[in-house]
Write a protein that binds this ligand. Structure first.
Ligand code: NAP
Length: 252
């Protein structure tokens, strides 16, 4: 049975990926949903009665979750047609001023978990398989006051481009979606709301449109997908402008 694995499926963009998945990938019959809040995943499962849904309540910051997932993959051997690495978090604040556990959580979730889940899933992907990584406009240039977050997302975008080349001979595509700010729990979790002039002034992306666009970009095998013209232009500017100059303008 063709299976999709979606991390961070319990809210925000992840929820939208699950909701819209069957429109873009109607052939996928089984979804594995991963997040800590299992009860939310179960609620979503009830709204999708025509799909076979597994709800995995895993904390991806805990390395034991990789053991649990690997064991399940080995036991069930699903045909993974789509992996969506969506779980992520971003804390606002200077290094040295935010607690160490928050700084390292971004590394553990955005980078280590994404790497681990991808590595254990690739052997189960057939030709035509797709990996969709949720990156950010923060990957285009470092963002002071979110230095760790922007660095983790630079990894996600770079990882995507490298992996896309590695997997090309196997007919598997890898896509990074790079959204601007979206009104999701991310802003509260990261203590951003009310604390960042930059976030208050930027144009927002709608997570419903981002999810649909990203799924279609993955289906089309695109490597980088940036929603909204404003952020496409930002990406071009960040490419041609010296980073030491850019970073004067990109403080969150
Ligand atoms: N919102 C923005 O402004 C924005 C902009 C650009 C990129 N992004 C990226 O978009 C992605 C989705 O974020 P969102 O905006 O939808 O935020 P969100 O609503 O806070 O969703 C984050 C998801 O990640 C899951 N998650 C968090 N910690 C986890 C852990 N330790 N183990 C397993 N799952 C965990 C959460 O579920 P549980 O809490 O139930 O575990 C939730 O489902 C992230 O990668 C984020 O970096 C967001």
């Amino acid at each position: 049975m063709k299976t999709a694995i979606i991390t961070g499926a319990s809210s925000g963009l992840g929820r939208e990926f699950v909701r819209q998945l069957s429109e873009v990938f109607p052939e996928i019959e089984s979804y594995w949903l991963i997040a800590r809040r299992k009860e939310r995943l179960e609620e979503m499962a009830q709204a999708l009665p025509d799909k076979t849904i597994e709800c995995l309540g895993l904390d991806l910051c805990d390395p034991m979750s990789f053991v649990v997932l690997q064991e399940k993959l080995t036991a069930q051997h699903p045909e993974v047609a789509l992996l969506v690495n969506n779980a992520g978090c971003g804390y606002l604040g200077n290094l040295g001023e935010v607690e160490t556990s928050a700084q390292t959580r971004m590394v553990d979730l955005n980078l280590r978990a994404l790497t681990a889940v991808t590595n254990m899933t690739i052997p189960l992907m057939p030709r035509g398989g797709r990996i969709l990584n949720v990156s950010s406009i923060a990957s285009f240039c470092p963002n002071p006051r979110m230095t760790v977050y922007s660095s983790t997302k630079a990894y996600v975008s770079s990882f995507t481009v490298g992996l896309a080349e590695e997997l090309r001979p196997r007919g598997i595509s890898v896509t990074a979606v790079c959204p601007g700010p979206m009104k999701t729990e991310f802003l509260e979790v990261g203590r951003i709301t009310g604390n960042s002039k930059m976030f208050a002034s930027l144009p927002y992306c709608d997570q419903v449109r981002v999810a649909g666009g990203a799924l279609r970009a993955a289906r089309a095998g695109r490597t980088i997908y940036t929603p909204r013209l404003f952020y496409k232009l930002y990406r071009c500017i960040a490419k041609v402008t010296p980073v030491k100059l850019m970073v004067k303008l990109t403080k969150t």
